[in-house]
Design a protein around this ligand. Structure first.
Ligand code: C2E
Ligand code: CA
Length: 776
């Protein structure tokens, strides 16, 4: 039993399939076809119809009609059972098969009714009525929309394109085809044209519905990505057989009746195909992009056909018989109406889409275009080769306003800002809210100078404070400007403008910066430095493989009144692998901005403490001063860092001085004072650095446990810049007279590397000994 064909089949058949029902369907179909073929004239009842004189009452005939009816009902019912099972058995095609099952149930019901009518015609009160063929034909017609529903749903599994109005396309197409059929029928000289009007129209409508089904199946095979699905092919081919058989019967009125021998063949084949395909596993449809082309094209074709028919009906009313033209016109009209309804539906959908699109491109809060819209606009401009200048405006201190006064005030502020930006930007510009507190204006010019007007207007508008929620707020923005001439694509343009904003902010905000190449190079270098700093300070975000070089602490001596070296200030330098020794002003702002200050302070403190401890071990007693920035001052781990370093190096706390500036204390006065008291408790000394440069609040100064006040050099004249040493020596004398215990400056020495300091120290000790000796 390991026949490969059997095995392949078993793999494809869904387990638990109602194979008995399939077998019933198949057997009934074979017997039905056989009885039809055996009938001498292709069907006794039809023979009676053909002869125009129903030979009723023949017992043989009655039993044959009954048998065929039973077979027909059995066939459709067995198919329906199989399909119903399939609809319940397996997702995801459940709804497809539910509609197919309904189709089969309707066919079974129609067969039953047709059978009763046929039997009563042969032997009973309906004598001479013309048979159940018409009933079956009507049943088939009723089944067509159900089948269509199934096919449409099958399509959706492939494209996930939900088109609830598809059925209008179907009805439109069927009516259009009916109209065409009405015009063609007299031309092909079909005896059907001689039938009663209702019967003729029913016949035409049925064929049209079947052709529509065939067209739909073929289309779905294509757009639904069902090429690999045997089931889809089988159903399409059976529908082709149905249509072929019906069309072939156009000259044979007997065959054309619903249960005519040939006509029956098509639907028998369809029933069997349905039953067989229902037990086969689904083949996943090929993924297809969602498109609106297919439904639109469908509607268009049906509309066009209906119009053509209406026109043709009008033109041919003279040549073709009046009945045919009227019928064609009516059918064409109906087709046009259903397709027009579908058209209206599509238009409504389109209008909805436009609204959605608008919503998707608009910022809710300010009604300006949003970031997506700006990106689209920039993309369009670049594709069309249109020059533009991009102006980015970033509000200064917006986050603070939001945090302090709440979101309602923040939102109102953004709305006001949007109004200001829009009115300053003027007409012919594209204005968008680009991000939280960022606005963008695209000016239709490549010249960045033209942005000057906008900048001036913005400056004018933001000069006075605005009243929001009872608060007077001064709102300014930092502006970055870049021209499309400098950027190859929208992303680069945005990046340049953004970098310019960053520079404007760095320069203190409320100003504008224009992109230029030097600035761009500077920005790129800055990015590189930041990457290197991250690697240097062991940041996990660091780009792997970066060689950052190393931190190099320099020491500047501090001398007492007698000229003895009593301490050193640790001043950090960075020996950068690319650029050599960098002074702190080059990289400390970046260290601060990128949150690396605690790491840097830790590294400096440790390096300097180890160095000082090693000097101590040699018998040189120097105090170590280390600078603390504002972020370190409030860092929770500061005290434990100091503890660890002191414990690890053995440096006594009294030999460590931490320098803080007034400005950094003022960032969080209460917290800073508490932290410094905590450190002072450990015996560490606190020094107020740069005294006289910041804004001095004596109130807090009094609370600080400071042991030292370092007067800034700006307070004591140009000590450092003045090359004439005698004058600076004079200043030194004055300072000492004023009560300054210790001094530090170029006068004594520049900051030195550890090795240089050691040499300098040896020399200075010798000199000091000499001087002191001379004085004595
Ligand atoms: P600061 O704390 O005021 O350090 C003194 C600065 O003045 C040093 O500059 C020093 O070289 C310079 N200086 C000393 N005497 C003279 C003089 O006679 N004339 C002139 N013109 N300058 C003199 P440096 O080393 O460039 O450091 C600049 C600033 O960087 C420091 O100012 C300090 O605020 C900061 N800094 C340096 N190292 C560190 C550190 O490890 N951590 C932190 N947080 N900041 C540091
Ligand atoms: Ca200092």
């Amino acid at each position: 039993m390991t026949n490969p064909v059997t095995r392949a089949l078993r793999l494809r058949v869904i387990s638990g399939s109602p194979l008995l029902a399939v077998a019933f369907c198949l057997a009934a179909a074979v017997l039905l076809t056989a009885t039809q073929a055996q009938a001498p004239t292709g069907g006794l009842l039809q023979e009676s119809v053909r002869a125009g004189r129903p030979e009723v009452g023949v017992p043989d005939e009655f039993w044959q009609v009954l048998l065929r009816s039973v077979l027909r009902v059995t066939m459709f019912a067995a198919a329906a059972v199989t399909l119903t099972w399939r609809a319940r058995a397996a997702r995801p095609e459940a709804s497809v098969w539910r509609w197919f099952a309904r189709t089969a149930w309707v066919a079974a019901a129609a067969s039953m009714l047709a059978g009763v009518v046929d039997c009563l015609t042969v032997r009973g009160p309906l004598e001479g009525v013309g048979g159940g063929g018409a009933v079956l034909g009507a049943g088939v017609l009723a089944a067509c929309p159900l089948l269509y529903q199934g096919l449409v749903r099958w399509n959706r599994y492939g494209t996930h394109l939900s088109e609830p109005g598809d059925w209008l396309n179907g009805i439109g197409a069927a009516f259009a085809l009916t109209a065409i059929g009405n015009l063609l029928l007299p031309l092909v000289d079909s005896p059907i044209a001689a039938w009663p009007l209702w019967q003729e129209q029913l016949w035409l409508l049925r064929i049209s519905a079947e052709i529509t089904l065939l067209g739909s199946a073929a289309t779905i095979l294509h757009i639904g990505g069902l090429h690999r699905d045997v089931r889809a092919w089988a159903l399409t081919l059976s529908l082709a057989a149905v249509v072929g058989v019906e069309v072939a019967a156009v000259h044979d009125p007997v065959a054309a009746v619903g249960n005519g021998p040939v006509s029956e063949l098509g639907w028998t084949l369809l029933a069997v195909t349905f039953a067989l395909t229902a037990v086969l596993r689904a083949v996943p449809p090929l993924a297809r992009p969602v498109t609106t082309t297919a439904p639109t094209a469908g509607a268009f074709v049906a509309l066009l056909a209906s119009i053509v028919v209406l026109v043709a009906a009008g033109l041919s009313s003279g040549t073709v018989g009046g009945r045919a033209t009227t019928a064609a016109a009516v059918a064409g009209g109906l087709g046009a109406i259903s397709v027009s309804v579908r058209g209206v539906q599509l238009i409504r959908l389109l209008a909805d889409l436009v609204v959605h699109r608008r919503e998707a491109l608009t910022d809710d809060l300010t009604d300006l275009a949003n970031r997506r819209a700006l990106n689209l606009e920039l993309g369009r401009a670049y594709r069309a080769g249109r020059d533009l200048t991009l102006v980015l405006i970033d509000l200064d201190g917006f986050k603070r306003v939001n945090d302090r006064f709440g979101h309602a005030v923040g939102d109102e502020l953004l709305r006001r800002a949007a109004t200001v930006v829009r009115s300053a930007a003027g007409p012919d510009t594209f204005t968008a809210r680009f991000g939280g507190d960022e606005f963008a204006v695209a000016l239709p010019t490549a010249s960045v100078d033209e942005a000057a007007d906008l900048v001036a207007a913005l400056a004018r508008e933001t000069a006075a404070p605005v009243l929001i929620g009872g608060r007077r707020l001064l709102v300014t923005g930092s502006i970055g400007i870049a021209s499309s001439l400098d950027a190859d694509d929208p992303e680069q343009l945005l990046a340049l403008a953004d970098a310019a904003v960053y520079r404007a902010k760095a320069a203190g905000g409320a100003r504008a910066a224009v992109h230029d190449d030097a600035a761009a190079a500077e920005a790129a270098e800055e990015v590189r430095l930041v990457e290197e700093l991250q690697a240097l300070l062991g940041n996990p975000d660091a780009v792997p493989g970066t060689d950052p070089g190393r931190l190099d602490v320099h020491y500047q001596p501090q001398l007492d009144r007698l000229g003895r070296v009593v301490g050193v200030e640790a001043l950090v330098r960075w020996r950068n692998a690319r650029r050599g020794l960098l002074p702190p002003d080059v990289f400390l702002p970046l260290v601060e901005d990128y949150g690396l200050m605690p790491a840097l302070t830790g590294a400096v403190l440790r390096q300097a403490a180890e160095q000082t401890a090693s000097w101590r071990a040699r018998g040189w007693r120097v105090r170590l001063s280390v600078n603390l920035s504002a972020t370190c001052l409030t860092h929770p781990a500061l005290s434990s860092l100091v503890d660890d370093v002191l414990a690890d190096t053995g440096l006594p706390p009294s030999d460590l001085v931490l320098e803080v500036t007034e400005t950094s204390v003022m960032a969080d006065p209460a917290g800073s004072v508490a932290r410094l008291l905590d450190l002072a408790d450990r015996g560490v000394e606190i020094s107020i650095d740069d005294y006289g440069t910041g804004y001095s609040s004596l109130a807090y100064l009094r609370d600080l446990p400071a042991a030292e006040l370092k007067l800034d050099r700006s307070l004591v004249a140009d000590v450092g810049t003045d090359p004439r040493a005698d004058e600076t020596v004079e200043v030194l004398h004055v300072l000492r007279q004023l009560g300054c215990d210790e001094t530090q400056g170029y006068l004594h020495s520049r900051p030195l590397s550890a090795a240089d300091f050691e040499r300098w120290f040896e020399r200075s000790r010798a000199a000091c000994r000499l001087t002191v000796g001379a004085d004595d």
